[in-house]
Write a protein that binds this ligand. Sequence first.
Ligand code: XIL
Length: 407
Amino acid sequence: MIWDLFGVHITFLISIVIILIVWLVWPKRQKRIKKTFLLVLGVVLLTALITGLIAYWPYQFEKTYLSNNQERIELEDFSLARLADSVDFYVGIGVLPDSLYQYWVPEEFNSVTAETHFKPSKLLNNPEVWEFDFTTVDGILEHATAHNLRMRGHTLIWGKFPGKTYPIAWNKMVDKADDPSEAMKAIIIRYITDVMTHFKGKVETWDVVNEPMGGEVLYENVFTRTLGESYIDLAFHTAHSVDPSCELILNEAIRDYDGPQGTAFLGLLKRLKERGVPVHGVGLQTHHINNIHDVDALKRYMRAIGEMGYKTEITELDIRLLLFKKSKDPYQAQGDQYYKITRVCLEEPSCQGLTIWGITDRNNWMDNIPPFSWKSPNAPYILDENLNKKPAYWGIHKALVEQYQNR
Ligand code: XIL
């Protein structure tokens, strides 16, 4: 619904421009036509204004969790990490290297993913001359190792946005090569070998390929253009040969578990299995950006992946508050969804754990990336902007407590 409104608003903005152009090039400006033009322009302007106001106007939801007499919280003093450790589960966090991360993460989590700093665009400081900068990641890694946190590597090959998810220089290198496929292979092998060698023995699990799916087919990019589906095979075989002890994950954002993209991804997993590609597990990102995920469908999906012999893991969980704008208490509804997702992962035998994609709403990626940044509040995480624990935190906590008590 929110997106429909943005769409209507943008359509009206475009209409204004078209009307003005038509007006400027119109040959004979008779009075009657002028009047009609002005009338149409007025109506369109007004509609653009109204739809714009509705589309962009931020919502404000009451933080009932700050004032309510909370229901009794069982094992309130147990941290998420303590509960997770005792039920053999990963509860992880996506981090940016800031001070909050330094002190809060080891208390509450037993797994860490760097939100951006392990990506090719960050590591390859100067792709033209293949120069790496590992300074920031080494700091994150050192901190994780010192606190005995599992380190997830995210991500090696991600072909979605040239220049953003991988260096644009790779396109140039491939395009000017006599044999583009060979050039692409060389880049994949060199990149994965260099990066995984640097982290060998320290990063326990890598998202080797991220978001390979478009809709029903693979996302079209420089990797598929040169190598087709086999770029995925190559990436995993290379990763496995560099560090055979590392767990290798294929990470994907499934929009609709029962829909065409979800089904196509299962097909890809089946083919990879048949070809003996060393994919050990599947990461389900589980970002809730445009829709509230159907937890039963997620459960069935995890089950299907598990039955193929893969481990699963929720790798980038966040739940946009705005999605609950129709609820009586959106913060609580968000917390309930965190609870349900955590329960699914705890109950499904293939699911090893979940990672929340950030710590505090104060600093969340949706606020920085359009179109999500256009409408607030996104507030997708488990601490609010003043670092209060939200129902989202207690939702995960409650799900873990139930597991702990029934262990
Ligand atoms: C996002 C990060 O959170 C942002 O900080 C960054 O600017 C863009 O990428 N799917 C993924 C993640 O696999 O790497 C993305 O992370 C979110 C979508």
